[in-house]
Design a binder for this molecule. Structure first.
Ligand code: PLP
Length: 420
């Protein structure tokens, strides 16, 4: 690992004003060659700090190298049986399977590659429909704070005649294990609760929920798009049967992910494929494997597992300095920080709506209000609504999300832009 990013492990220092737009491209190329993710982030955004890592993360240069190897040189089809090009591509896919499995203490055979967490969630939920009908188990449990990639397939199951229990979160933003236990019925087929909420960063007690399910036959699916490789303990719980993973939240490219299907009592969840074709991924997900993307996901998973303590530490330090810097604006935080991953904060500044704040900060920081009330539709965040956040606060909700290589924005300028 020749990376200078490993030396510059945490960087929460404010912008130093050295960014010169004219040389941005040159310096960015040099940064990529030097494996310097800090510099890449800085040059990519000029003086505007990118704090929207829950939407997507920059690709790690070490991942990029792996992707390029299988894009440019080892370009074989992993399905080709007649020559070494195919064999080498297949080996890369199997190595990536091992790397993804290791993050959650699973085995190589548990990993099925997909195009991302949206597809994995659809496959997990709709793929169990046939088994539910065949066994007379047509009740499922989920929560009101899931991502749309779970809410929509659940709504589709409901439309197809399944009974869906929609659990409410606590005001702090998590689903209680007891609420899941109380909702269980003999005919419950599936429980789907996310790992980390994408709007608030609140970590859901998935290990406790797994424990609460005990010997009940219901399958337990966890959408781990936001937490995979960031919080590594709870997903190792053997009672979690299905796990959805997304590459682009852990510094791999967009368009690749995985669904893990763990064996319980020696049997894998009987998920049926949604795509039919050449029988790839043991018949569960047809389509030529994007070897370069899969190799990139594998590399990103390996790095996430090796570096998570450092990354976690950097993100915690960043959060502390961010909240300290914004304290003069008396922000109201949505979601229990004690239970949150350290790379996401959802907050509002009293009396100011999100659009106004983002306009005032447009030269300083790139954050998201996608989770708040959208001025186009006047519909507020389903997550904050379910947490019973007052409407006045919801209309000001902003999501800050960062990663270990993020640089702090100019916090004094941010405060002055609102207060000054
Ligand atoms: C919790 C959660 N689930 C699913 C997804 C969808 O993931 P992908 O972009 O890999 O389809 C996201 C993306 O933001 C997410 O945050």
């Amino acid at each position: 690992m020749s990376s200078s990013s490993s030396k510059r492990s945490c960087s929460a220092g404010p912008a130093d004003g050295d960014s010169n737009q004219e040389n941005v491209t040159d310096r960015m190329v040099q940064s990529v060659l030097a494996h310097d993710t800090h510099a890449i982030m800085e040059h990519a955004t000029g003086m505007v700090r990118y704090l929207d890592c829950a939407a997507t993360t920059p690709v790690d240069p070490r991942v990029r190298e792996e992707v390029l190897l299988y894009l440019d040189h080892e370009f074989g089809n992993a399905g080709s049986r007649t020559h070494d090009f195919g064999r080498r591509a297949r080996n890369a896919v199997e190595a990536a399977r091992d790397r993804v499995a290791a993050v959650v203490s699973a085995s190589r055979g548990d990993v099925f590659f997909t195009s991302g967490a949206t597809e994995s969630n659809n496959l997990a939920i709709l793929g169990l429909e046939e088994h539910g009908r065949a066994t007379g188990r047509t009740h499922v449990i989920t929560s009101r704070i899931e991502h749309h990639a779970v809410l929509e397939p659940m709504t589709e199951l409901e439309r197809r005649g399944f009974d869906v229990t929609w659990l409410d979160p606590t005001p702090g933003g998590w689903i209680e294990a007891d609420a899941v236990r109380d909702a269980l019925r003999p005919e419950t087929l599936l429980v789907s609760i996310m790992h980390v909420n994408n709007e608030t960063g609140v970590l859901q007690p998935v290990a406790d929920i797994a424990g609460a399910l005990g010997d009940h036959p219901a399958f337990f699916h966890v959408d781990a798009a936001q937490g995979f490789g960031k919080e590594v303990r709870s997903l190792a719980h053997k009672r979690i049967d299905l796990i959805s993973v997304s590459g682009h939240k852990i510094h791999a490219p967009k368009g690749v992910g995985a669904l893990l299907l763990r064996r319980r009592n020696n049997e894998r969840p009987p998920v049926k494929p949604l795509l039919l074709g050449g029988g790839q991924e043991r018949g569960l997900r047809a389509g030529t494997l994007p070897v370069h993307q899969i190799a990139g996901l594998g590399k990103a998973a390996e790095l996430a597992l090796a570096e998570w303590p450092m990354r976690d530490r950097c993100c915690r330090a960043f959060r502390e300095r961010l909240l300290e810097g914004l304290a003069p604006l008396a922000p109201v935080i949505h979601g229990d920080l004690e239970r949150s991953l350290p790379n996401i904060v959802n907050l509002s500044i009293p009396g100011i709506d999100a659009d106004t704040v983002m306009e005032a900060w447009s030269e300083l920081v790139a954050v998201s209000d996608g989770a708040a009330c959208t001025s186009a539709s006047y519909t507020c965040s389903h997550v904050l609504s379910a947490m019973r956040v007052p409407e006045a606060q919801m209309s000001g909700a902003l999501r800050f999300s960062w990663c270990h290589s993020s640089e702090l924005p100019d916090l004094a300028a941010m405060v002055a832009a609102i207060d000054g």
